[in-house]
Design a protein around this ligand. Structure first.
Ligand SMILES: CCCCCCCC(=O)SCCNC(=O)CCNC(=O)[C@H](O)C(C)(C)COP(=O)(O)OP(=O)(O)OC[C@H]1O[C@@H](n2cnc3c(N)ncnc32)[C@H](O)[C@@H]1OP(=O)(O)O
Length: 224
């Protein structure tokens, strides 16, 4: 387990220009697929049109499969310190299910994101699935720990659902509460326009392997 995490931290030697090219090539593809996920849920066209659309999708899949990787994306970086976690389930640029585009880090340690959850994230009718809000909070709280200089794995995440979280425009934020040795305690929440919907507290623990290999890991503020 430990080795596989370190094995997936790879300096792939790309130039900044090559990274920008990849970003401009594959980012819009993920956007299109994100839109397709919603369309699969919402389209009302008839069976013939669905069949026709599926033929086009099969053709697109055939093109995309001509040259592909098979494993997880991991964390990739280059010599100028640009870290890419583009497969990340919450904010990966190339991951069509990732609901967050950008997570901001403030000098005072606050980490935040404004994002939208469309109906593909539904749990209770018309509202956000509780597992999705927990997913977002795990990432935001973990990022607050990392941005504050205390990266760790989630040991415990305690989530309190104070009221139903609507779909649509949401805001998430977190900051470090305290640090006790290898354990970092982080607090955060998700809010809609009316106020806080979900609160969370996380304990992020730096395992020994992470401390030993810290200089090679994803602790850079220049993560994208
Ligand atoms: C960095 C970018 C942001 C990433 C955001 C996404 C975050 C994630 O989703 S991470 C994935 C989910 N988490 C995991 O898979 C973690 C799996 N678990 C582990 O790897 C280990 O159990 C880990 C790292 C949590 C603790 O392992 P280890 O370092 O061996 O702990 P150990 O030496 O037993 O205990 C150290 C301290 O932590 C405490 N502790 C151990 N496990 C936990 C836990 N699960 N919860 C709370 N405290 C714990 C111990 O009591 C001990 O405390 P003290 O020092 O006061 O006695």
């Amino acid at each position: 387990m430990t080795d596989s995490i370190l094995d997936l931290h790879i300096n792939d030697g790309l130039t900044d220009e090559e990274i920008d090219h990849e970003k401009n090539t594959y980012g819009p593809l993920a956007e299109d697929v994100r839109e397709l996920i919603l369309l699969a849920l919402q389209t009302r066209v008839d069976a013939d049109d669905v069949a026709r659309a599926r033929e086009h999708l099969a053709a697109a899949r055939e093109i995309l499969e001509r040259d592909r990787e098979t494993g997880p994306y991991g964390t990739r970086y280059n010599d100028s310190g640009r870290y890419r976690t583009w497969g990340n389930a919450v904010m990966g640029l190339r991951n069509a299910i990732a609901p967050i585009g950008e997570i901001h880090e403030e000098p005072d340690g606050r980490v935040w994101a404004d994002f939208r959850l469309n109906p593909a994230y539904e749990g209770p009718a018309g509202h956000t699935h509780g597992g999705v809000t927990a997913l977002v909070l795990d990432q935001i709280l973990g990022d607050a720990a990392r941005a504050g200089g205390h990266p760790g794995m989630t040991g415990t995440l305690t989530v309190r659902y104070r009221r139903r979280t609507p779909l649509g425009a949401l805001h998430a934020e977190a900051r470090i509460d305290r640090v006790e040795g290898r354990k970092t305690f982080v607090k955060g929440h998700i809010a809609d326009a009316e106020g806080v919907c979900v609160e969370a507290e996380g304990i992020f623990i730096a395992p020994q392997w992470m401390i030993e290999h810290r200089e090679n890991l994803d602790t850079s503020p220049r993560r994208e």
